[in-house]
Ligand binder design. Structure first.
Ligand code: DX5
Ligand code: ZN
Length: 225
């Protein structure tokens, strides 16, 4: 199981979103990410109900697990997340994140996720007030502020996300993974770090060029601060 304390104290981590990878050559993209120094991978699961898009499901997560030992951070954009926790854990998820919009009291789901042997995360959309997640921040290992409405990569970052990150950082304990997802790239990643994020989901910004080079360039932006 992932040692969150060690991971968070390891500094700021890029979290590649495979939604923007080459699905016909996933293994080769994952190997490039490993060589670049990636520690974690972000897997976007979409059901066509909670979000207006369908991405990939359990067999793909299983296949990814077979070719890498990196931490698998599984982002569930599902209308009924409770029905799928077990299968995604069995497929290889280390972190399982659910949306507050689908689980107004997420604590029973956090308990289930822990019982399965994974770590729970809580996600909120740009349109959801951050106060909605405040009561539950102490009960999970990861909080993810969406920088775009979920469903598609390549959208523009909503700057109101920065205030949400600041709010989360202020009330979080030091071992919380504070993640940001959507529209994170060259022009926004530093602001996200300054606002308190320590985990940066990057899809388009990372895969739009040479993966190793882009990984290095984005990491440099984080380390230059
Ligand atoms: C959006 C997904 C994101 C997406 C980010 O619904 O949750 O993880 O892949 O993509 P970019 O980095 O292109 O905004
Ligand atoms: Zn995501």
């Amino acid at each position: 199981m992932i040692d969150v304390v060690e991971f968070v104290s390891g500094g700021l981590h890029l979290n590649p979103s495979l939604l923007a990878a080459d699905f016909a050559n996933l293994e080769s993209d994952i190997k490039s990410l490993e060589q670049a120094g990636a520690t974690i991978l972000h897997l976007d699961i979409m059901d066509g109900h909670f979000v207006p898009n369908i991405s990939f499901g359990v067999p793909v997560v299983e296949s990814i697990r077979r070719v890498t030992d990196l931490i698998l951070d599984v982002h569930l954009m599902l209308a009924k997340p409770a029905d799928y926790l077990k299968v995604f854990k069995q497929a290889g998820a280390d972190l399982l994140s659910i949306h507050i919009e689908t689980a107004p009291d997420p604590r029973p789901l956090f308990d289930q996720i822990r019982k399965l042997g994974a770590l729970p995360g809580l996600v909120l959309n740009p349109s959801t007030p951050v106060e909605k997640i405040a009561p539950f921040i102490g009960d999970c290992n990861l909080v993810l502020a969406m920088g775009v409405m979920p469903g598609f990569g390549g959208q523009k970052f909503d700057p109101s996300t920065l205030d949400k990150l600041k709010y989360i950082k202020k009330i979080a304990d030091t071992n919380l993974l504070i993640s940001v997802d959507g529209g994170v790239g060259d022009n926004t990643i530093t602001d996200c770090a300054d606002a308190g994020a320590n985990l940066f989901v990057t899809g388009t910004a990372l895969f739009k060029g040479n993966i190793r080079q882009r990984f290095r360039q984005l990491n440099e932006l984080l380390n230059k601060r």
